[in-house]
Design a protein around this ligand. Structure first.
Ligand SMILES: NC(=O)C1=CN([C@@H]2O[C@H](COP(=O)(O)OP(=O)(O)OC[C@H]3O[C@@H](n4cnc5c(N)ncnc54)[C@H](OP(=O)(O)O)[C@@H]3O)[C@@H](O)[C@H]2O)C=CC1
Ligand SMILES: O=C(O)CCC(=O)C(=O)O
Length: 433
């Protein structure tokens, strides 16, 4: 076993998400009083696959895309996690995202491990046929390592229920029969779960409500700003609006909009649903991402990419709560600045866990071939989110640390108990848990 190399391993992170997650793992293993060997077990995905995906484009040319699937650890159950289509995907990003999935499932106490996939592509460069071919070809390439008992993909950035449908259709063709538990986030007609589309945003708002209760913030008087208005951002805005929070600003790649009295979120959702972009929404001012981060709001919600709250953007942040709907939106430097200000951070691995939780319910329903009503999905989601928030908050209080470190410690503790049960580590390692 490699030992005492943690510091050299993570010396400079350069906003590399894999180096960032290793730094956080190392600190949390230390804070839990565990042997450093635990860090060395957790830092490496157990399996990583790289695939090439040549696609014939409409003009006859061939473009060869690169895709990845990282499977971090399956000691709790099959690996689970989304597939991202984005030009900035890297192997290190996918590895980090798979580690975050392991921690997320462990915090919620789901019987699942961590996985994540990605393809380096800007989907806007592809037409519908090319996008379908890319989706089918990617799943053909990773078929040897996935399956309902091995690794269960799902949507992430720029991947939708329609793309999940193409992928499962391709897998079913290869296998010769219908295997609905292979992928979650599917359209409901082919075995998707009620409530999955909104699940991540619903979970984010449950955590915001729990944080507001802990901080004595009255949500009906609170204001919020959001970066990203895709699957997660738009559902978060909808549930915040329903909770009485005034959403004053949102941004996407096209730009951002601001209205001091609060944006009309139902009208904005309808406008975006008609295929428009945020920047074209009327009767509000334009705003940049930087200006949005600096607004005097109660709640700030990054719901787009990694590394958005940095040493440059954090100093201007005034929000009392930062709810990390995106994965990895805050760099260690940005995090330090927020902590020094006393900002209450709801860390990504807790905040956005509603998505994988309802994906788990979808997989359970597929396995039972019996489907739940949406009320049951939402009720069970709420119970799991509240219990997880409580576990992390109690760890924070007990250890006198911040929420992010508490979340890592809760996740690592659960994984370590599974490692011990399987005989990977000795009892003595757990004496301080
Ligand atoms: N989908 C899920 O269930 C889950 C997703 N997550 C995480 O949530 C985040 C968002 O995912 P999801 O909503 O699914 O992805 P989507 O692709 O549905 O939406 C992404 C959103 O982010 C916007 N965006 C991208 N880059 C920028 C930028 N530089 N500035 C402002 N906005 C930007 C996009 O704008 P535009 O539309 O203009 O491109 C879009 O509105 C990711 O970090 C993902 O990993 C976490 C848990 C579950
Ligand atoms: O729904 C899932 O299985 C995974 C969602 C996901 O990719 C994430 O939580 O980051």
């Amino acid at each position: 076993m490699e030992k005492h190399k943690a510091e050299a391993d993570i010396a400079t992170h350069d906003q590399n998400p894999y180096k960032i997650v290793k730094q956080l793992l190392s600190e949390s293993v230390k804070q839990l009083g565990l042997d450093e060997s635990i860090y060395h077990i957790l830092k490496k995905p157990m399996r990583v696959m790289e695939v090439s995906i040549p696609i014939r484009k409409e003009d006859g040319s061939v473009e060869n895309y690169t895709g990845y699937r990282s499977q971090h650890l399956d000691v709790l159950g099959p690996c689970k996690g989304g597939i991202r289509f984005h030009p900035s995907v890297t192997l290190d990003e996918v590895k980090a995202l798979s580690i975050w999935m392991s921690l997320k499932s462990a915090i919620i106490e789901l019987p699942l491990g961590g996985g994540k996939g990605g393809v380096i592509v800007n989907p806007e460069d592809l037409n519908q046929r090319e996008l379908e071919e890319l989706s089918r070809s990617y799943i053909r390439k990773i078929t040897p390592v996935i399956g309902p008992e091995k690794d269960i993909p799902a949507p992430d950035m720029n991947t939708t229920p329609e793309i999940m449908a193409w992928m499962i259709d391709e897998y079913d063709k290869l296998r010769g029969y219908n295997i609905p538990g292979l992928i979650t986030g599917k359209p409901i007609i082919i075995g998707g779960s009620e409530g999955r589309l909104d699940a991540t945003g619903r979970g984010v708002v449950i955590h915001i409500r729990e944080a507001a209760n802990a901080l004595n913030i009255d949500l009906s008087r609170a204001t919020a700003a959001l970066q990203g208005f895709g699957n997660v951002g738009s559902a978060t805005a909808k549930f915040l609006h329903e909770s009485g929070v005034k959403v004053v600003a949102v941004t996407d790649v096209s730009g951002g909009i601001y209205k001091e009295d609060g944006l009309n979120i139902p009208a904005l959702l309808e406008f975006i649903g008609e295929g428009n972009v945020i920047a074209d929404f009327k009767e509000c001012e334009s705003i940049s991402n930087e200006e949005m981060f600096a607004l005097p709001v109660d709640i700030l919600i990054p719901a787009a990419l990694e590394n958005q709250i940095t040493s440059e953007t954090a100093p201007s942040i005034k929000a009392k709560i930062v709810a990390e709907a995106a994965n990895g939106p805050t760099t260690p430097e940005g995090n330090k600045i927020l902590e020094e200000k006393g900002t209450f951070i709801i860390p990504d691995i807790l905040c956005n866990a509603g998505g994988v939780t309802v994906s788990y319910f979808e997989w359970v329903q597929n396995t039972m071939n019996y489907y739940w009503k949406e009320d049951r999905v939402n009720k069970e989601l709420e119970e799991k989110m509240i219990a997880a928030f409580k576990r992390v908050y109690e760890m924070k209080e007990n250890k006198g640390c911040e929420m992010r470190q508490a979340a890592y410690m809760v996740g690592i503790r659960h994984l370590v108990l599974a490692l011990q049960a399987r005989g990977w580590i000795q009892n003595g390692d757990l004496s301080k848990l």
